[in-house]
Design a protein around this ligand. Structure first.
Ligand code: ADP
Ligand code: MG
Length: 280
């Protein structure tokens, strides 16, 4: 192939839901790992001050020299803050507890919502001729609709929403969708919904099945066929600083994340074909 050919820009996906504990971080870690396992080059941006994605991928606080805080507030290039993880093909911009103060620090900046977008766009331009360009950038958002989440939706091509299969799954979703509309309105007109992924699904529980059916009725084909089962191996893995795929590849959680990654790669192929069709 022509080595001067520009590399395709990575697909930037914000993993967001202002509810805590729905599986955002678990999905960032394990979808990122599964995509890397099927030969995609992936970077995660950890935007949660808690830093669970960084820890879960084997990057302890002592190895977080440059962080997403430096990128957001200090203007450091994304590339300089990327560090390798325990997964080949998967790097991460680690988080910093200082992120929890960004709302106040940026209060007077009129363009505060564009800070991550600027860094991502610059790094995409810098990496586009590069052998190690990226296929996907996944952003792990904090559990709120604050300046960090707005930055990530402004920088992203699309939002991926993890929904926990429980009674209150849809509660708060209209607020999230209003935020998406507001961001589309002026900050990022091209923001798409990548999809909704059902998490912590329990096949033995009628409620789980009912919630899944409800969500599918609401969102139609935006809901991935793959559901992430509730699986104790998934919750054990972070304590050893590994994604579940490196901890127990055969378990149902690992297999589900591989299947989700395949769906997303197929979805992207289809989307690009349609885009090229429109351009022709
Ligand atoms: P969020 O980032 O949305 O706050 P997390 O990904 O941190 O949510 O998940 C919340 C908790 O649920 C964590 O303790 C995590 O280990 C656990 N968990 C997430 N997904 C699963 C799963 N499929 N099976 C079992 N436990 C899970
Ligand atoms: Mg999280």
């Amino acid at each position: 192939s022509d080595k001067n050919e520009r590399r395709r820009a990575p697909r930037v996906i914000a993993i967001a839901n202002q509810k805590g504990g729905v599986g955002k971080t678990t999905t960032a870690i394990n979808l990122g790992t599964a995509l890397a396992a099927i030969r995609q080059k992936v970077a995660i941006i950890d935007l949660d001050p808690q830093g669970n994605a960084s820890t879960g991928l084997g990057v302890p606080p002592s190895k977080r020299t440059l962080t997403s805080y430096d990128v957001l507030v200090g203007g450091d290039p994304l590339k300089s803050a990327l560090v390798p993880t325990v997964v080949p093909g998967l790097s991460i911009v680690p988080s910093d507890q200082l992120l929890s103060g960004v709302e106040l620090e940026l209060a007077d900046d009129q363009r505060r919502s564009y800070r991550l977008k600027r860094a991502v766009d610059q790094s995409i331009a810098a990496l586009s001729h590069d052998e190690d360009g990226l296929d996907y950038i996944l952003i792990d958002c904090p559990p709120s609709l604050n300046v960090l989440t707005v930055n990530s939706l402004t920088a992203a091509d699309a939002i991926l929403v993890p929904l926990q299969c429980e009674f209150f799954a849809l509660e708060g979703l209209s607020q999230l969708l209003r935020t998406v509309e507001r961001v589309r309105g002026h900050l990022n007109t091209k923001l798409e919904i990548q999809g909704v992924v059902l998490t912590m699904y329990d096949g033995r529980n009628n409620l789980s099945a009912e919630v899944a059916a409800d969500v599918r009725e609401h969102f139609g084909d935006k809901v991935y066929r793959t559901m992430i089962p509730r699986n104790v191996r998934v919750s054990e893995a972070p304590s050893v600083g590994k994604p579940v795929l490196l901890y127990d590849l055969q378990c149902s959680g690992s297999q589900a994340y591989i299947s989700l990654a395949k769906e997303i790669v197929q979805q992207e192929r289809k989307r690009r074909r349609e885009e090229q069709g429109e351009a022709a």
